[in-house]
Design a protein around this ligand. Structure first.
Ligand code: HEM
Length: 471
């Protein structure tokens, strides 16, 4: 904890209520007093979720100023459509915070690029993770989850696991095999996963330089430790890229698909660095998010026995005694609703931050160039103006005929920058959940206080201690 973080004061209080047939999911009590802008910045630096007041959850657009910087909070579906879709060209650029903190690792990778680079790469990346390829990658998802289930089955009764770490291992194994191919060694995969985790701990969650007047923010502090993690990750990926370029890679991998695109159309300019940046981007974007989703699903299901019973009944009806496969996913409507409701309550990317290129007008607000424009799924998905009993866990909201108001539900973002791996991530989450929930009762440690917190993704602070009991 830094001195600044300590100055920021105590953690927020959390509310959670359980009943026989309802669950009010863990929610930080909104702050009631305005603690001044510097204090707000310090709070946000420690944990973005702790800074919101009850009025911020209302569905509207408003602006505040922090140290002279205009911050526009867009929480109205029509205005979200305007920012994310209609005026995409003006708002496509990620915030300096996001770009600066990830650029040492991802370079010009899709997640943080914009303009010509983004426009050239987006169709390529979208195509290689496209939904039509999901059935092929589904085999990888099934195999990795069945391996995890086999390991869980050997654990002595009552062994406690950290669900967040377990889900991160699982989704990292899946995305590593999908991106790099089946031949990536376990040690190499560990180097990349561990490197990403450590990297995240080292980067700051607020770019103070931006608030002090530097429109582009200040470069992330590249200390020895940060450089070491970047080197570690790049060394592994560079080696794999070289093997693939020499024709020694798995032909079904995403990396090989990218290389073949480049061979067909040399004008794409996907050199070694670009290949590494896109592979690292897909790896990062494609594993933490799904790991967080599954972890939150275990928390919610473990506390909502009526929902778990309905899920198990569906799995039995669709799959009988056999292991669910990727072909079953379209038939698992309730499992899908559980994941969708989990993504509503705990969107893994809780804040979408943009920097407008030019002045604009959003709703009633005149937006300044280089302002910080925040679309916050965390607030939107819990707005009492848009959702009935917003903090309750109720997967039924997502069953047939009950779809949310357009632009009020955006866990994968929306508009041209919508998550390229939406179908991959959704299918993976439903499939992993169905395989594991069918075999194990996952229970959070009795009395464990679950506190959502945000780094790059939204996760339970300190992980999620669970036991897994074979059914
Ligand atoms: C439940 C799982 C997932 C969630 C909730 C999720 C969410 C998101 C969100 C919110 C964004 C936009 C971020 C922003 O605009 O600031 C995004 C972008 C992206 N995601 Fe996902 N994602 C998931 C899984 C995946 C998977 C599995 C992959 C790849 C296989 C992937 C690849 C990407 C890529 C490449 C981008 C950048 C798109 C662009 O900027 O054009 N995601 N994701």
């Amino acid at each position: 904890m830094t001195i600044l973080q300590r100055l920021a004061g105590a953690s927020p209080t959390y509310v959670e209520k359980r009943g026989e047939n309802f669950l009010v999911a863990a929610h930080p009590k909104p702050v009631t007093v305005h603690r001044g802008t510097v204090r707000l910045l310090l709070d946000a630096r420690r944990d973005f979720l702790s800074a919101w007041r009850a009025s911020d959850y209302r569905s509207r657009t408003r602006a505040v100023r922090i140290l002279g910087r205009q911050i526009v909070l867009v929480n109205d579906p029509a205005d979200i459509k305007y920012v994310m879709a209609t005026r995409h060209e003006n708002f496509e650029r990620k915030s300096p915070q996001m770009r600066r903190s990830l650029e040492p690792l991802l370079g010009d990778g899709l997640f943080i690029s914009d303009g010509k680079t983004w426009a050239a790469r987006r169709p390529l990346v979208a195509d290689i993770v496209h939904k039509t390829r999901v059935p092929d990658f589904g085999k990888v998802m099934e195999a990795a989850t069945v391996e995890m289930a086999a390991r869980w089955a050997t654990l002595p009764a009552g062994t406690e696991l950290n669900a967040l770490a377990e889900m991160a291992k699982l989704t990292a194994a899946i995305i590593a095999r999908a991106v790099f191919g089946n031949d990536l060694s376990a040690e190499a995969a560990f180097e990349v996963v561990d490197g990403f985790t450590r990297y995240q701990r080292l980067i700051d969650s607020v770019n103070l330089g931006y608030f002090l007047g530097f429109d582009e923010g200040l470069p992330a502090f590249r200390g020895v430790r940060l450089k070491r993690e970047v080197r570690r990750i790049h060394t592994v990926i560079d080696r794999v890229v070289s093997e693939h370029l020499d024709g020694r890679g798995d032909a079904a991998s995403m990396l090989d698909l990218l290389i073949r695109r480049q061979e067909k159309s040399p004008g794409l300019g996907l050199g070694r660095d670009a290949l590494r940046n896109e592979a690292a981007t897909i790896f990062m974007a494609g594993h933490e998010t799904t790991a967080a989703t599954l972890t939150w699903a275990w928390y919610l299901l473990g506390s909502a026995p009526w929902a778990e019973a309905r899920l198990l009944a569906e799995i039995r009806a669709v799959c009988g005694d056999r292991t669910p496969t990727v072909a079953d996913v379209p038939k698992l409507a309730y499992a899908t609703a559980v994941i969708e409701e989990t993504l509503r309550l705990y969107p893994p990317v809780p804040i979408l931050a943009r920097q407008p290129k030019a002045a604009d007008r959003v709703g009633e607000i005149d937006v300044e160039p280089a302002a910080l424009v925040l679309v916050v799924p965390w607030l939107l998905h819990r707005s009492p103006d848009l959702w009935k009993r917003p903090t309750r866990f109720r997967p039924e909201r997502f069953l047939k005929d009950q779809r949310p108001i357009p632009y009020s539900y955006i866990p994968f973002a929306i508009g041209p920058r919508i998550c390229a791996g939406l179908q991959f991530g959704l299918t993976e989450a439903v499939l992993c959940l169905a395989i594991l929930a069918g075999r194990f009762a996952v229970r959070v440690r009795e009395g464990y206080p679950v506190h959502p917190t945000q780094r790059l993704t939204l996760r339970p602070e300190g992980g999620l201690p669970v036991t897994v009991t074979p059914r």
